[in-house]
Design a protein around this ligand. Structure first.
Ligand code: GLC
Ligand code: GLC
Length: 814
């Protein structure tokens, strides 16, 4: 069952009923001002940091779901009847409803008793504001006397403190109102240099800024007193809960449409220019007023939207494909790329599932995310790499997370996740292959952000590599530390106290438990580093890396192979995990995927065998589960993985992030049918038809789909912010379609299904547009290339002379 449809022409998903199984959200903002918005206008906004600069308030895990938003109420002043054109919060039965989630904007439209209302929400580029562009049309045969009310609830900036510290917060809220604009200035009197403002393009009939005045005592958002009675009370918030509401009166002739623009913004002032007059406590509103004046003009709003549309046009235009599969096309050309940008901007901080207060930017996560967005925003990718590397520690280890606002490593979580350093090599490798910007390696970057500790970025990579060599366990495999990629395999934790963090509790000295996953990662990262060293003219150094890689490969063969698949780890007693010797958790996906992706066992058949076991033991119709059999009870020595009920999350859920590793593994053994089949099983567009089972948005990947051990097999959770986005994008574009960046140039190495006769692609790479056409002339994956009409040997398209704009590539598969 579906709740809408894809409009690929417009790059929108159109939701046709408001009661989706879960709030289906979108993101607003691409640079510094961000927001999430659901299909019923729920959500919130923040400046850069969802925890430390929260602009509006939201109530997670409420009943009903998704409370707090960018709400508008319409009221028929002749009858007193009122409704929400976005359905929530009043939930009137609307005659028509649609929500169009597009690239950086959302339009919610509806019709109720002959009054049509359509609101387009977006954040203009280069500006710290969001705009609600409301059009109201009267389809009645007679004139309509209407009232429009806007409402948002301000958050007192620090979202964590805001939701816990009421003894202080009920006393500190402050606002100013000037020319109908509501300014939120809590804590501006002391150490904050920023405030928020909420303006309206029309002359207002009244306003409210105190929540209780607007709602009335003991009332909710579904029934505000001000709307019921038809006017605000011009309340001024002193403490309690500052809100912003404008009341606009609207007389519409039959057929008439009127536009109202609401502008919600964030403004910082220089510390010495906070007040105007300077010796007062009144906000200096100069900069804010200029922005407000601009967006009170409808033409400027339209121009800003057009600019945003072109921005996305350009970004997505960098890689467009035309294959026989609609789901592949739609995800690659539109939604998967778009989701990759969301993970770049938001990392894992703010979604319907991530509260915006828990995590900043993850070292592992953000480095992997690069794989999906580096081609779209290489300049910003470079910046991200430098920020990440600056949170690396002198040991080569890394802070697991950092706050985007301060760019400082997060002490609560600390370091000790022993896979972390290698992801920096993978991230930098992806950047170099895409851009050829070798200069980044000479960039001076500190450790732990400590001034004076700077070394060239290249040395950060060297230290990343050595980090593992200095931490090998009894079998010569890497010690796992707090966890590797799987945050929930906590082999040094041994936690028996409720509420203890599995990630930061360590009760063992960490000298025994080893990770075969990190070993596979080391092989991949080490090979990348060898290539990078070679390019830097360090042939001898490259050879030492390759020697270590070969040694690790041999160790995996000796101590990391279980006979039919790769082992997962050794626990603190040096007992195997992910082995036929185990009763539960006999086989894990991570090592099957990552070792084959890294090319381990390609020659001697181990890779093929591991993939065969994966197919037999882990693959389901909804995707590949993380391990089998699921853990049926808590294992003190394994940690969080066994804390989840069977079939959920890391305990045998379909953890979508690692499915593309198997997809890439399948391409490495030349099996395009299997690769694309796995790709399709978790492709959200291909799952649209079962939206009632899947329940999450059909246009973006979710982190998890419940596995076959779960009572809700096939149900997705944690959509949007997941490494799944980058890895799937990377798997489909670079490994299945085989348009692959390399240090030397663009490789063409498709491993596509046998039934595909051809596909086309347009890919911008290092400033040149490659027009690629791939034809099948046989069942295999052998590539014969023609570049600009001339046949060439091998499958690397030589870098064209400077100034070249277009390169035409024809590949025939035999
Ligand atoms: C979450 C984390 C990621 C981790 C994964 C597996 O998605 O963000 O860092 O690798 O879970 O535990
Ligand atoms: C939990 C989740 C895991 C996530 C981690 C982040 O352990 O199960 O997916 O990566 O939290 O800290």
């Amino acid at each position: 069952m579906k709740y809408g449809y894809f409009d690929d022409q417009k790059r929108e998903y159109v939701i046709t009923r408001p009661d989706t199984p879960l709030p289906w959200i979108n993101y607003l903002g691409c640079e510094a001002y961000f927001g999430i918005i659901s299909n019923t206008a729920g959500g919130y906004s923040f400046f850069r940091d969802a925890r430390l600069r929260r602009i509006t308030r939201y109530r997670y895990n409420n009943a009903p779901y998704d409370v707090g938003g960018r709400y508008i109420y319409l009221r028929d002043d002749s009858s007193g009847e009122f409704w929400s054109p976005s359905w929530q919060p009043t939930q009137n039965k609307l005659e028509e409803y649609s929500c169009r989630h597009g690239m950086g904007y959302t339009t919610i439209s509806s019709k109720y008793k002959g009054i049509e209302a359509s609101t387009r929400y977006f954040v203009p580029l280069d500006e710290n504001v969001e705009i609600w562009q409301l059009n109201v049309t009267n389809h009645r045969p007679q004139a309509a006397e209407l009232s429009v009310f806007s409402i948002i609830e301000f958050c007192l900036w620090d979202a964590q403190d805001d939701s816990t510290n009421f003894q202080r917060n009920f006393s500190i809220g402050e606002v100013e109102i000037e020319d109908g604009v509501i300014y939120h200035k809590t804590e501006y009197r002391e150490r904050r240099d920023h405030f928020a403002f909420f303006a309206c393009s029309e002359k207002i009939a009244g306003y409210d800024t105190q929540r209780e005045a607007f709602l009335g005592p003991y009332r909710g958002w579904d029934n505000p007193a001000a709307v019921e009675r038809g006017h605000c009370s011009n309340s001024v918030a002193h403490g309690w809960a500052p809100v912003g509401s404008h009341h606009v009166k609207l007389s519409l002739e039959p057929g008439e449409t009127r536009q109202i623009n609401f502008v919600l913004g964030y403004q910082e002032n220089p510390r010495d220019q906070k007040f105007d007059p300077p010796d007062s406590q009144i906000i200096n509103k100069k900069a804010a007023k200029a922005v407000i004046a601009k967006y009170r003009v409808a033409a400027n709003v339209n121009a800003a939207f057009e600019k945003l549309r072109l921005y996305w046009n350009d970004l997505l235009g960098l890689c467009q494909v035309d294959t026989p599969d609609v789901h592949t096309n739609r995800m690659v050309n539109i939604w998967n790329a778009y989701q990759c940008m969301a993970t770049f901007n938001i990392s894992r901080s703010a979604s319907f599932y991530e509260s915006g207060i828990g995590r900043g930017l993850g070292f592992r996560d953000s480095n992997q995310d690069l794989l999906g967005f580096v081609h779209m925003v290489p300049g910003r990718a470079r910046e991200r790499i430098v920020d990440l590397a600056a949170t690396q520690l002198p040991t080569g280890g890394a802070y697991h997370q950092y706050q985007p606002l301060t760019k400082r490593g997060n002490d609560d979580v600390g370091s000790g996740f022993n896979d972390d350093p290698h992801w920096l090599i993978i991230g930098v490798g992806a950047y170099l292959k895409e851009t050829g910007d070798w200069g980044i390696l000479d960039e001076l970057v500190p450790y732990d952000n400590a001034p004076g500790s700077e070394t060239p970025l290249y040395e950060h990579l060297q230290r990343s590599f050595r980090y593992t060599l200095e931490r090998l366990g009894p079998h010569g495999l890497p010690l796992i530390g707090r966890a590797d990629w799987n945050d929930c395999l906590n082999l040094n934790c041994f936690s028996d106290s409720p509420g203890q963090s599995f990630q930061t509790t360590t009760n063992k000295d960490g000298k025994v438990a080893e990770s075969v996953f990190i070993a596979g990662l080391f092989v991949l990262a080490g090979s990348e580093l060898a290539e990078i060293a070679r390019h830097r003219g360090l042939a001898a150094e490259a050879a030492t890396y390759l020697a270590e890689v070969a040694k690790m490969d041999a160790t995996i063969h000796k101590h990391g192979w279980d006979g039919e698949w790769f082992l997962r780890a050794y626990d603190d007693f040096s007992r195997k995990i992910g082995s036929k010797e185990n009763v539960e958790g006999k086989i894990y996906i991570e090592t099957q995927g990552f070792c084959t992706l890294a090319g381990i066992g390609l020659e001697d058949g181990l890779a093929a065998k591991a993939l065969e076991s994966t197919r037999k033991l882990l693959a389901t119709e909804h995707g590949i589960v993380l391990q089998q059999p699921a853990y049926s009870k808590y294992y003190l020595e394994y940690g969080e993985i066994s804390s989840y009920p069977p079939g959920y999350k890391e305990n045998a859920g379909i953890f979508c992030h690692n499915n593309p590793w198997v997809v890439i593994g399948e391409t490495r053994v030349g099996n395009g049918d299997a690769a694309h089949d796995y790709y399709t099983r978790i492709n959200p567009s291909a799952r649209e038809e079962i939206s009632d089972i899947h329940r999450c948005e059909p246009y973006v990947y979710a982190q998890m789909i419940a596995g076959r051990d779960a009572p809700t097999f096939g149900e997705a959770k944690n959509s949007w912010l997941t490494g799944t986005a980058a890895w799937n994008y990377y798997a489909i574009t670079q490994w299945i379609l085989g348009i692959r960046t390399s240090y030397e140039g663009l490789l063409i190495a498709p491993v596509i299904p046998k039934s595909w006769r051809s596909f086309k692609a347009r890919r911008k790479f290092r400033g040149v547009t490659y027009q690629i056409e791939v034809q099948r002339a046989g069942d295999g994956n052998k590539v014969c290339l023609e570049v600009n009409g001339a046949p060439i040997q091998g499958n690397l398209v030589p870098l064209p002379p400077a100034g070249t704009k277009i390169v035409v590539v024809k590949a025939t598969l035999r």
